[in-house]
Design a protein around this ligand. Structure first.
Ligand SMILES: Nc1nc2c(c(=O)[nH]1)N[C@H]1C(S)=C(S)[C@@H](COP(=O)(O)OP(=O)(O)OC[C@H]3O[C@@H](n4cnc5c(=O)[nH]c(N)nc54)[C@H](O)[C@@H]3O)O[C@H]1N2
Ligand SMILES: Nc1nc2c(c(=O)[nH]1)N[C@H]1C(S)=C(S)[C@@H](COP(=O)(O)OP(=O)(O)OC[C@H]3O[C@@H](n4cnc5c(=O)[nH]c(N)nc54)[C@H](O)[C@@H]3O)O[C@H]1N2
Ligand code: SF4
Ligand SMILES: [Mo]
Length: 821
């Protein structure tokens, strides 16, 4: 049976329901929502004064009405211990999404913890510790005491380099300014932890080092720029599925010609041609499909490059633009340095690039013209150049990032309306931490150090490497072995004898063991190896601030109680610091204990005021009260003032032509092509039959940590799909829905075959990070010189292991392509 909700009717939201500002806690876009709550024994009515919409609901509503909500937007949750109705629905007044939801965000309510309606019963409610051979619930006091004693003993005996940390650096759920400050203050101020990694990469570094080194921050434009652009040159991203409402609410209107008025008003005296779309992606995505439907095939160009060859393509386009003189000379002179050197160093002919990338000379030429050939009267084309994980997790990240920014700088497309060379983004952003300078560059390759037996204690905050890291097969094998050594030792010590327990753990660590602590909202895969699990409250269960892909900062107001004893991450960090301070004092080391002072926060707002308010650029203007008043439209960072009761922000960066370098000039960068750069990639490609390209799907949020308990998602994707060319499937004796093994020199995993006529022969695409089949098992350990992982360039072989299981039989395997009207 395909999934059906079987809901007949839902309560009407009463006129006096409480309204909370909510920013969707999933993707970067950060759509505005409202959470409405009201008592269980009340319902609204159809009369205009009886419902929150103020309309007569007894009448048929128009198709585009805002006066409705879907079953997935409803639930029953607790507020101050009482059950209340909740509806979390998109906000029509929010300029980000104008009332649009997405297949992820519109499920926020039904993905909330509800005892009355049995949703997300997997949520952690109590701290858990390993005792008597299993995980057992306990109090915060008990769990934090154990973590603090083991951690304090280790940092005193072995130094802070023996404490390993994995922590998110993003906004949205499992992040936000409060929580990155809490963890940052603990590990970078109280301590100077060096062996730390970020949730999505095995080291503490930037995903986009090059653009920053060039003086160009990666979120430099605003969403309106996609409405003003003449051309969008989109690299390694699939925004219909991954930045959904940015695409639907800002790109599509431009493609449909619906932003003409805005263009005439913002950019008068300029020709505004039909927008053109270029996509650089080895795979045909549904985004490309949608653009053809919206803009017309003749205005969409897909450069289906060979995997990992972006750099050669960009250098050829850059060279061609320079040769043709399509550059913005005034901008180059006034605001940049190093142009001539970069032209020399990166010189690449169209023919050479064509050979490397596997796309025609004519198409590369066309892309260059669409980016830079001047409009009527010699006016510069306004081109936006967004990119995401196809570039960031792609071959030779640093140089490729630089090569793209070179094109944007050469054509004067940064700091100008309709331009921008920007990350499309993943999560929302929410980084506020003390300096990380002590970490060094290149930063430690934490995964490899753990695999090689280094590290004594590991604190993990809101990430699940078992599903999402590279070289995951090997990582799990070693991690289990090392944490089992500690588990066995703990099972042999009486739990109530704390001194004996700590001693047993430290001895086990000395035998090669690892003591692991996991802070999360659900029991994770890596959590299965951990000794202490600490339950976190998430977005909506605490106040939380984040900014989106156009630096729009908002406050999500707490709208429900956190499950059981769970606490916001910022306060978990604070209580952990308090406990380490106490333990160090008990050990007689007052000087060390003093370093853990300053964590007397009572609320997440205290963390915000101690962190963002004090350290962020423009943070001094920002308080919860002011943000609350700014509602779902918030303020674009950096805030520059507070006037007439409103926060004032920054629409675009670099509008004054001054960049983030010492001299204020953006610098071009030499970025020569050097083939598949990360270790072992070329060998893997030579040895194996299929490209195992990988990434995301619209329905699924990240490693499916909430989706794995959502019937709608699990019904559609009981197993991770692997898109395959139908002829390849026939040749290998694989039918639709069959379970296949994907394997190579790094490891093995499994997936469900999804016939995809647009997939090229020998090229597959697998859903990443899935609980029922981890793609990262077959990603090898190769990184670039700054320890940026290369998830996308992976090759392997595929063999059938089973016919379609029962929970696959009902699935549709229709191609994901859709036809234009
Ligand atoms: N092969 C391959 N691997 C990849 C990628 C790829 O494209 N291909 N992409 C990479 C990228 S871009 C990313 S972002 C990573 C994602 O990697 P992870 O960050 O490891 O994955 P998530 O599913 O986002 O995991 C987040 C964890 O945080 C928990 N969580 C949610 N909310 C909260 C909260 O409020 N507090 C706490 N403490 N925990 C919370 C969830 O339960 C979940 O266990 O994967 C990376 N790995
Ligand atoms: N629905 C949904 N949305 C999400 C997420 C999610 O889990 N689900 N996660 C969020 C997060 S944390 C992130 S980081 C973003 C990621 O957002 P995206 O980067 O858009 O997503 P991906 O699917 O990882 O990869 C994008 C594209 O890179 C292409 N690619 C692979 N190899 C190459 C290459 O060599 N060159 C080029 N040019 N392209 C290549 C892939 O074919 C794929 O179509 O999505 C965010 N939004
Ligand atoms: S597009 Fe992103 S932010 Fe908007 S509703 Fe969907 S998941 Fe949430
Ligand atoms: Mo990400």
């Amino acid at each position: 049976m395909a999934f059906k909700r079987h809901i007949d009717r839902l309560p009407i939201i009463p006129a006096d329901a409480k309204q909370h500002n909510v920013t969707c806690h999933f993707c970067i876009v950060g759509c505005g929502y409202h959470a409405y709550t009201w008592p269980m024994n009340k319902q609204g009515g159809t009369a205009p004064d009886k419902n929150v919409f103020g309309v007569d609901l007894a009448q048929q509503q128009e198709a585009e009405t805002d006066a409705w909500y879907s079953p997935s937007m409803y639930n029953v949750v607790k507020q101050q211990g009482q059950d209340v109705h909740i509806v979390i629905k998109p906000d029509k007044e929010c300029v980000v999404n104008s009332g649009l939801g997405s297949v992820r965000g519109a499920r926020m309510a039904e993905m909330s913890f509800s005892e009355a309606r049995n949703t997300q019963q997997q949520r952690l409610t109590d701290p858990l510790v390993w005792r008597y051979g299993q995980m057992q619930p306990t109090s915060w006091e008990d769990a934090l005491d154990l973590v603090a004693r083991v951690t304090a003993t280790i940092i005193k005996e072995k130094g802070e380099d023996a404490l390993y940390v994995s922590a998110y650096d993003h906004g949205g759920a499992g992040g936000g300014y409060e929580n990155t400050w809490g963890t940052g203050k603990l590990y970078f101020e109280a301590m100077k932890v060096k062996n730390i990694r970020i949730h999505n990469r095995p080291a503490y570094n930037s995903e986009v080092h090059a653009t920053r080194d060039m003086g160009v921050g990666e979120l430099n434009n605003c969403y309106e720029d996609a409405e003003l652009a003449d051309t969008i040159f989109c690299v390694g991203a699939n925004p219909l599925e991954t930045q959904t409402n940015y695409f639907l609410n800002h790109w599509v209107p431009n493609m449909r010609g619906g932003t003409a008025d805005k263009k005439n008003a913002e950019l008068p005296g300029e020709e505004h041609p039909q927008v053109r779309m270029v996509f650089v992606d080895p795979r045909r995505t549904v985004t490309i499909n949608a653009c053809e439907a919206e803009a017309g095939k003749e205005n969409v160009l897909h450069l289906a490059i060979n995997s990992g060859t972006d750099l050669a393509l960009f250098n050829a386009i850059f060279s061609h633009i320079a040769e043709k003189g399509w550059t913005d000379k005034a901008f180059i002179d006034a605001s940049t340095s190093g142009f001539d050197d970069a032209v020399k160093a990166n010189k690449t002919s169209l023919e050479d690039a064509s050979k490397i990338c596997g796309v025609s000379v004519a198409d590369i030429e066309k892309a260059a013209a669409w980016i830079a050939e001047p409009k009527a009267e010699g006016k510069r084309r306004r081109t936006m150049l967004p990119y995401e994980k196809g570039l960031i997790w792609g071959n030779d990240n640093y140089r490729t990032n630089a090569a793209l920014v070179n094109i944007a700088l050469a054509t004067g497309n940064i700091g100008r309306p309709g331009g921008g060379c920007v990350r499309l983004g993943g999560h929302q952003e929410g980084y506020a931490r003390p300096s990380d300078a002590h970490v060094g560059k290149p930063a430690a390759y934490v995964d490899q150090l753990l695999i090689s037996g280094k590290g004594a204690v590991h604190h993990i905050w809101g990430c699940d490497h078992y599903k999402t890291t590279l070289n995951a097969h090997e990582f799990k094998k070693v991690y289990k072995k090392r944490t089992d050594i500690v588990k066995d030792a703990m099972s042999n010590a009486p739990y109530g004898d704390r001194d004996a327990m700590v001693k047993a753990i430290v001895e086990a660590i000395n035998q090669g063991g690892l003591f692991a602590v996991n802070v999360d909202i659900i029991p994770t895969k890596i959590g299965q190896a951990c000794h202490v699990i600490l339950p976190a409250a998430t977005s909506g269960e605490a106040n939380l601030t984040s900014m989106n892909g156009e630096r729009r900062l908002r406050l999500t107001e707490r709208y429900m109680d956190p499950p059981g004893q769970s606490m916001p991450d910022s306060l978990i960090a604070a209580r952990l610091a308090n406990n380490i301070e106490r333990v160090l004092r008990d050990m007689g080391d007052a000087a060390y204990a003093d370093k853990f002072k300053g964590f007397d926060w009572k609320t997440e707002e205290d963390a915000f005021m101690d962190g963002y308010h004090k350290v962020a650029g423009g943070g001094e203007f920002v308080t919860y009260e002011r943000l609350r008043a700014m509602g779902n439209n918030g303020v674009q960072e950096p805030a520059t003032g507070f006037e007439n009761g409103k926060l004032v922000g920054t629409k675009r960066l670099y509008e004054d032509g001054k960049f983030s370098t010492k001299e204020g000039k953006a610098t071009f960068m030499a970025s020569e092509w050097r083939g598949l750069q990360a270790k072992g990639k070329q060998e893997q490609k030579d040895k194996h039959k299929y490209l195992i390209n990988n990434g995301r799907a619209n329905h699924v949020w990240q490693s499916a940590y909430l989706d794995q308990e959502n019937d709608f998602v699990m019904d559609r994707w009981p197993y991770p799909f692997i898109e395959m060319n139908p002829q390849d499937m026939t040749d290998a004796g694989i039918k639709q829905g069959d379970l296949v093994e994907v394997y190579n020199d790094a490891g093995a995993t499994q997936a469900m075959a999804y016939p995809t006529p647009t997939a090229r022969r020998g090229e597959t695409f697998m859903l990443f990070g899935y609980p029922t089949g981890v793609q990262g098992n077959v990603v090898n350990a190769g990184t670039n010189e700054l320890i940026l992982p290369n998830y996308k360039q992976t090759w392997g072989d595929i063999r059938k292991i089973s016919d379609a299981p029962r929970n696959v039989e009902h699935l549709s395997f229709k191609p994901k392509e859709y036809k234009s009207a």
